[in-house]
Write a protein that binds this ligand. Structure first.
Ligand code: SF4
Length: 424
């Protein structure tokens, strides 16, 4: 049996500059499962120029990609099925998990909508035994009469023992980067998020079940990779003091020397500020924080459960502990000139070196999408990339876009961006 694991990518304005290049992590998990079953698999990913060998057709193709690549995924699925109707086509990934109904097509056989890779193993075992997969939780399966057997939601309840294959990392480590940090490996420990910000679909993933990471397993994994930097992509890595203390202990247990980037919340930084020095010494060298907006009322609307007044203090504490910051902001289509100026002034006053700004976008599959669906100005998936307006704006659109792009101006003077440009 030969399986192609294909990452389908859609370029955005910023991806052309490739400031961030990472492993297709989900496919690397699937590869581990296939390797353990002695099933031959080949990763296909245009970013690494990994193309399908011209001389062999696979028995199965697994396609994954972000929401913006939805149409491309469907096109690729149709194309593979058109090449040979015996090729089994499966789709998977975060977008698929929350939007499985969009993939119920006659050229797709399996919709893997779980994060439980043991389910994937079970599906493959069934296929290897020669039988059709029947019914399986976590997977929608197209039946012979073209109707679908719907697999119930299957969430992961505890950290899994399956670790992603590092084949692609080892062959491409010089290409993998987070801005000025090269040789970066992605790590995933927990699942979901315990918070409830209204605009974010992360809370709906894994059947809305939050699974805390096993920090000892995580450091054990990182210790075995030998990367220069590790980007832990858990939605919120450390929720409370207990997490922070366990993170520090687990790092000490393996005498960890690497550098970690992780997502944290500003309220954690403020609350556990006294631990930041130890967290830095344990490897936490950069945090990515979703500030969204410094405005109190806007934060309330987003159900962020946080007061923007603490941001200044959080930035100061991080500086004192020598922990770098990438700040994430979000501008709402309702913004007028005043709101844009307030955001600029916050960025400049706090001397933020690295930040991103996205346009508020209700993502298909999120709760928020249903509230806004009648006001949407576009239904093209590639427009839902946080760089386009998909809702009516208060300012005329060209003015809104002008202000949005001007908001990025300070990045031209960012030390880290300049370092990244020099390294390219
Ligand atoms: S924005 Fe962050 S904290 Fe809020 S739900 Fe999403 S991942 Fe969790």
């Amino acid at each position: 049996m030969l399986i192609y694991l294909e990452k389908v990518r859609k370029k955005t304005l910023f991806s052309r500059f490739e400031p961030i290049v990472t492993e297709p992590l989900e496919l690397m998990y699937l590869k581990t499962v296939l390797d353990s079953m002695d099933i031959e698999s080949i990763i296909l990913d245009p970013v690494f120029s990994l193309e399908a060998p011209g001389d062999r057709l696979p028995d199965m193709v697994i396609l994954t990609g972000y929401n913006v690549a939805e149409e491309e995924i469907l096109k690729r699925a149709r194309w593979w099925k058109g090449r040979d109707s015996n090729i089994l086509v499966m789709v998977s990934g975060v977008h698929v998990q929350l939007n499985s109904n969009k993939f119920m097509e006659e050229y797709i056989d399996f919709i893997f909508h779980s994060q439980d890779f043991e389910i994937f193993r079970e599906l493959l075992s069934n296929l290897q035994r020669g039988g059709w997969a029947g019914e399986l939780p976590g997977v929608h399966i197209r039946k012979r009469d073209d109707t679908w057997a719907l697999g119930e939601v299957r969430s992961v309840q505890r950290p899994e023992g399956i670790l992603p294959s590092r084949d692609l990392f080892l062959k491409n480590r010089d290409r993998l980067r987070y801005v000025d940090k090269k040789g970066i490996a992605l790590i995933k420990g927990g699942r979901g998020c315990p918070y409830n910000c209204s605009y974010c679909y992360c809370r709906s993933l894994n059947g809305s079940t939050y699974v805390r990471p096993d920090f000892y397993q995580m450091f054990g994994e990182m210790d075995g990779i030998g990367a220069d930097h590790y980007w832990i992509v858990d939605d919120v890595l450390l929720v409370d003091r207990k997490d922070a203390l366990e993170f520090i202990e687990a790092s000490r247990a393996v005498d960890f020397k690497g550098s970690i980037i992780a997502y944290l919340r500003a309220d954690f930084i403020k609350r556990e500020g006294d631990l930041l020095g130890e967290l830095h010494d344990s490897g936490l060298h950069e945090v990515i924080i979703g500030f969204e907006t410094p405005d109190k009322e806007e934060l309330k609307d987003y159900n962020k459960n946080m007061d923007g007044n603490i941001y200044k203090e959080a930035i100061r504490l991080l500086r004192e502990s020598n922990i770098q910051l990438t700040a994430l902001f979000m501008v709402h289509p309702d913004y007028g000139m005043g709101e844009f100026f307030r955001l600029w002034s916050f960025i400049i006053k706090n001397s933020l070196d690295l930040y991103t700004i996205s346009i508020f976008t209700p993502l298909p599959g999120s709760e928020e999408f249903h509230w806004y669906k009648d006001s949407l100005t576009s239904d093209r998936p590639e427009r839902f990339d946080f760089l386009h307006l998909v809702l009516p704006s208060r300012l005329p659109r060209p003015v809104f876009y002008g202000m949005f792009y001007l908001s990025h101006l300070k990045l031209l003077f960012s030390k880290r961006i300049l370092k990244y440009i020099a390294m390219r």
